[in-house]
Design a protein around this ligand. Structure first.
Ligand SMILES: Cc1cc2nc3c(=O)[nH]c(=O)nc-3n(C[C@H](O)[C@H](O)[C@H](O)COP(=O)(O)O)c2cc1C
Length: 165
């Protein structure tokens, strides 16, 4: 688990290999098993494999090349009607999205959390045929990694740990 957490990287380039729908559902299930306040499970999902829909979504973000290159997308939403606390429901969505990324890793897939597309979330809802009670949190782009040479870094714990009491 610790290895997966530390070695997961954002994967933005993919091979042509398709992802079976069963694997995509398994990844969504991992998202569903995230913790949520009061266990209210405010998340909702759309799985997108259709190249035509991906083409349309690609126009909504600066990262359209990733949306087009990915073999599948998982759009993660909050259903605002089941939310009970602004901060806590958004935290739950974050936990859900991280579970999705780690599940992709476990299946030897690669994924990246796309947030920039949120600036066009109304348009994304139109493309996906969803009403305004669904608030887009992220789109996760998924595919088989073209390579695993990605580098990333983090600040040292000494910069971030405020106190040990
Ligand atoms: C809230 C959020 C929004 C993000 N939005 C984007 C995005 O729009 N496009 C993108 O390429 N990566 C996006 N990322 C991925 C980050 O760039 C990436 O996680 C960060 O650079 C650390 O790299 P790593 O995931 O490989 O460790 C986003 C990540 C988060 C958590």
């Amino acid at each position: 688990m610790l290895e997966a957490i530390c070695h997961r990287r954002s994967i933005r380039e993919y091979t042509d290999e398709e992802i079976p729908i069963e694997q995509l559902r398994e990844i969504v299930k991992a998202g569903i098993w995230a913790p949520s306040g009061l266990n209210n499970q405010p998340w909702r999902f759309v799985i997108v494999q259709s190249p035509e829909i991906r083409e349309r979504l690609a126009l909504q973000t600066h990262y359209g090349h990733i949306v087009k290159a990915a073999k599948a997308l998982i759009a993660v939403y909050l259903n605002v009607e089941v939310m009970y606390d602004e901060v806590k429901d958004h935290q739950s969505a974050g936990a859900c999205i991280q579970n999705i990324l780690l599940a992709a890793e476990a299946l030897n897939l690669g994924g990246v959390w796309l947030g920039q597309i949120l600036k066009n979330k109304t348009e994304v809802n139109k493309i996906l045929g969803l009403d305004e009670k669904h608030d887009l949190m992220a789109i996760v782009a998924l595919g088989h990694p073209l390579h695993r040479d990605q580098k990333s870094k983090r600040k040292d714990i000494s910069e971030l740990l405020l106190k040990e009491l």
